[in-house]
Design a binder for this molecule. Sequence first.
Ligand SMILES: [Zn+2]
Ligand SMILES: [Zn+2]
Length: 146
Amino acid sequence: MSAQGSAAPITGRCFCGAVTFACAEPPVITRACWCRDCQYLGAGNATVNAIFRRDAMTVRGALAAYASRADSGTEMRRSFCPRCGTQLFSESASRPQLIVVRVGALDDPNAAPPSATIWTRSAPRWACIDPALPRTDGQPPPLTSP
Ligand SMILES: [Zn+2]
Ligand SMILES: [Zn+2]
């Protein structure tokens, strides 16, 4: 058994509690994203997104979803609680093995601190961007499959 497999699961829920989820493994990576789409979801701020292997994720409760096309042409599916509206997940048609989780929905947001900031060229002038983290001004290269 791997050390990863024996780690405590990372759990979370929407604001109202109708949707809960658990991931058996730590995230592959966590990033703050300042793309313009994320500013709509994040009340003007960057979203903070932990990317997990889809196979390690368990979700309970009904989700609603909104599909849109990214600048790259890839179809994105963003899922949220239909009762309270909390944004929970994002999935890309081009990388179905991964699921993006909004870190604000984790029971312990300290479990997934961001290690990079992306899409800084879309950030407003007043954005607070951690100077200690590496930055990418647009979309970073795709993650290699874990
Ligand atoms: Zn809810
Ligand atoms: Zn974004």
